[in-house]
Design a protein around this ligand. Structure first.
Ligand SMILES: *Cc1c(COP(=O)(O)O)cnc(C)c1O
Length: 365
């Protein structure tokens, strides 16, 4: 059996440090907003080159808190992709704003900048690109667009921790960057967790206030906020793993290189396209094929995991029928009908990749 992700191998390699950190928290008994959260926020801000970093309870909350802190609400439009996890657009709906779904570039799977610019209206307040599957979106274009139209730029970095565009890290380029520490993400904890980066101090202070019931001073509440804090155990685990994130991402890029070598000549198959805007960190390794179902059947028969991310784009989800205008997104729909993600994790062995490639090659013969 080859799984989609293997969290055990990574834990075994870091067990001593992680176990010690968790035991420290248990001995300390300061479980909420303690020293590990504070240290992690400083360490992540330094790693990303972001002025401020504020942790919270999940990636979904990171997006929600960012939109709340930006003052986005009813009557506002936020442009984003429909080819992403639902949380990206759920957060827009949480604050009462309208998600405006724009089509993707069918090669990178990321939001198309030209179509995005064409979708800007007087109601548009923000653009929210997703660095999908770990490939940076076209931030130079989106930054220029947001400057020209006076819009906020909020990055969904849930799949792109450690991905760079030149010297800049995703999450440090827009006004805010939203990260998820869900266990299977490139930097994952052992539960739920998230983080928002912010450019200015006032915005960071507002995020900290919002995540803690609208409160800076205990039992003094400035606004209606949330209970959305990262706990100390998760923060302690993440501090250990953060020291290895570049090695983890290098492992993913190595695996992607092995896949590329093994699959590049297979007919009826598109392997992931690196568009060169930034460095792809391969949260997922996602193929396109008109014969996806044949490939899936063969992989399943060979005990190799695979998954469709994402089978139903957000503009076609029942949940959004009342929230967004009906649209047709040809590239998004075509990609959703043909995409297939293969096992991907830093420690994925080269022999496993060779075996996966053999099964795919044979299935398409
Ligand atoms: C995982 C993910 C989220 C949500 O993160 P959670 O921590 O699961 O709440 C948001 N956007 C994208 C693109 C994701 O992949």
């Amino acid at each position: 059996m080859i799984p989609m992700v293997d969290l055990k191998t990574q834990y075994e390699s870091l067990k001593e440090d992680i176990d010690a950190s968790v035991l420290d928290v248990l001995a300390n008994t300061q479980f909420i907003l303690g020293p590990n959260v504070q240290a992690l926020e400083a360490e992540v801000a330094a790693y990303l080159g972001a002025p401020h970093a504020v942790t919270c309870a999940s990636g979904t909350d990171a997006l929600h808190l960012a939109l709340r802190a930006a003052g986005i609400g009813p009557g506002d439009e936020v442009i984003t992709s429909a080819f992403t996890f639902i949380a990206t657009a759920e957060a827009i709906a949480y604050v009462g704003a309208t998600p405006v779904f724009v089509d993707i570039d069918p090669r990178s799977f990321n939001l198309d900048p030209d179509l995005t610019e064409a979708a800007i209206t007087p109601k548009t307040r923000a653009i929210m690109p997703v660095h999908l599957f770990g490939q940076p979106a076209d931030m130079p274009r989106f930054s220029a667009m947001c400057q020209a139209h006076d819009l906020l730029l909020i990055e969904d970095c849930a799949q792109s921790f450690g991905a760079r565009i030149g010297e800049q890290q995703t999450g440090s380029i827009g006004d805010m960057g939203c990260f998820s520490f869900f266990p299977s993400k490139n930097l994952g904890c052992y539960g739920d967790g998230g983080l928002v980066t912010a450019r200015d101090e006032a915005q960071a202070a507002l995020l900290k206030n919002l995540r803690n019931h609208g409160s800076d001073v205990r039992y003094h509440h400035d606004r209606i906020g949330y209970n959305s804090r990262l706990d100390e155990m998760q923060a302690a685990i993440l501090r250990v793993k953060l020291r290895h994130i570049d090695a983890f991402n290098a492992g993913r890029r190595r695996a992607a290189g092995d896949y590329r070598q093994a699959l590049k000549d297979v007919p009826d198959l598109h392997i992931p396209h690196e568009d060169g805007i930034g460095e792809h960190v391969y949260h997922q390794y996602t193929l396109l094929s008109p014969r996806r179902d044949d490939i899936m059947k063969a992989l399943q028969a060979a005990q190799i995991a695979c998954a469709i991310y994402y089978p139903i784009p957000l503009h076609q989800q029942k949940a959004f029928t009342d929230w967004a205008e009906p649209v047709t997104l040809p590239h998004t729909e075509a990609v959703a009908a043909q995409c297939l993600s293969l096992p991907m994790y830093p420690e994925l062995p080269e022999e496993a990749i060779a075996q996966i490639a053999d099964v795919i090659r044979t299935s398409l013969r």
